[in-house]
Ligand binder design. Structure first.
Ligand code: 6CS
Length: 349
């Protein structure tokens, strides 16, 4: 039944002039045939996810000698971030780049990434953690039960707050309506600080801030710049409470039925893509923070360690919300995150 519905949706969406035909997701090919892989992502032109998708396309098409054609669908083109999760689960998209703020409503364990003051702040440590963690392997197994085969995890930078009022301690959040993604743990985190979290779609955030329907929002620096949020806000606050992570996922059935030649291509390109995107993340966030400082009079604030400590204390309440929202496996994933990160943090750089 679910499959039928997606087949219909497939035809409807992909024949609306967005695509020429009403093809299904391709899983294999003979020597002469070309196949099409569709990848959707949650962001706009020039973003980190777009850079990832473009590199994915370049490498897949090159390594398959043109036998695989990759089509990219950006945020809003055939749906919102939340829709893309359903599209990849249902097989309408072969691949999607999604973040735990979008998948966390259907896979609560993914919200582990949104526990504040949990993951390391250092790029190299984050990279090592994502590549070697046993907890990540456990999390990937959970995602498979939700029709998503996770092929890669990467980092898009720490999440910063933009506000129309100075925020230096949790009490300053009182009465502030802050736009967040839908994930219940993100909502709980900002409630723990005393704010009013307000989930609205990404594409509506700029107008929401401009029309003062919301007072604040949270996103990585590169996104604050490319979405123009800094133009309609007075403060950009860096508390470095959490980061923005994303995963490349494939529809599980599509992946399982893929021929070995194509699986090998994916195995080969993922490490290259991961290295590539970590460099993009570092350089793009740095460049765009400079642009924001040059182009606007927004006040850029970096919280002191003492100020961050206050937020850390307040955030522990929402870690309990995560624990209660998941079962035994989700709790084990958080325990393992905590233990592995403690080891990583104790290592010399
Ligand atoms: O805030 C959001 O909804 C979005 N932020 C980023 C940086 N990427 C995609 C996501 O949907």
């Amino acid at each position: 039944m679910k499959k039928k519905l997606f087949a219909l949706l497939n035809c409807a969406i992909f024949s609306l002039g967005i695509l020429s035909g009403c093809s299904s997701v391709d899983t294999s090919a003979n020597a002469e045939e070309t196949v099409t892989w569709r990848i959707g992502h949650e962001e706009v032109n020039g973003s980190i996810q777009d850079e990832y998708a473009l590199k994915f396309k370049e490498l897949v098409e090159e390594k398959s000698n043109g036998k695989v054609i990759v089509e990219i669908y950006k945020s809003g083109e055939i749906g919102s971030a939340q829709d893309y999760v359903q599209f990849v689960q249902g097989g309408l998209l072969s691949f999607a780049i999604v973040n735990p703020g979008s998948t966390g409503t259907t896979v609560p364990e993914n919200n582990v990434f949104y526990n504040h003051f949990l993951l390391p702040g250092d790029n190299d440590k984050i990279k090592e953690f994502l590549r070697t963690s046993k907890a990540i392997k456990m999390l990937n197994e959970v995602n498979e039960q939700h029709e998503m085969k996770v092929l890669d995890w990467f980092y898009e930078g720490f999440n910063a707050w933009t506000t129309n009022k100075e925020v230096r301690k949790p009490a300053d959040f009182k009465g502030i309506s802050i736009r967040t993604m839908e994930s219940p743990i993100i909502v709980a985190s900002y409630k723990a600080y005393g704010a009013n979290p307000t989930p609205i779609p990404y594409m509506d955030v700029y107008s929401g801030l401009q029309l003062k329907q919301i007072d604040a929002q949270v996103n990585p620096i590169f996104a604050i710049e490319e979405m123009g949020f800094y133009e309609v806000q007075d403060y950009l606050i860096q508390a470095k409470q959490d980061g923005f992570y994303a995963s490349l996922v494939a529809n599980k059935e599509f992946y399982d039925n893929l021929n070995p030649e194509y699986k090998k291509i994916l195995d080969e390109i993922i490490p290259e893509l991961n290295n590539y995107i970590f460099d993009v993340t570092y350089n793009l966030n740095k460049k765009r923070l400079d642009n924001i400082a040059k182009d606007s009079d927004i006040k850029i604030i970096e919280l002191t360690d003492k100020e961050r400590e206050e937020f850390k204390k307040a955030s522990l309440k929402s870690r309990e919300v995560y624990r209660q929202s998941v079962g035994e496996v989700g709790n084990k994933i958080l325990d393992t995150f905590e233990a592995e990160i403690a080891v990583l943090e104790s290592k010399e750089k």
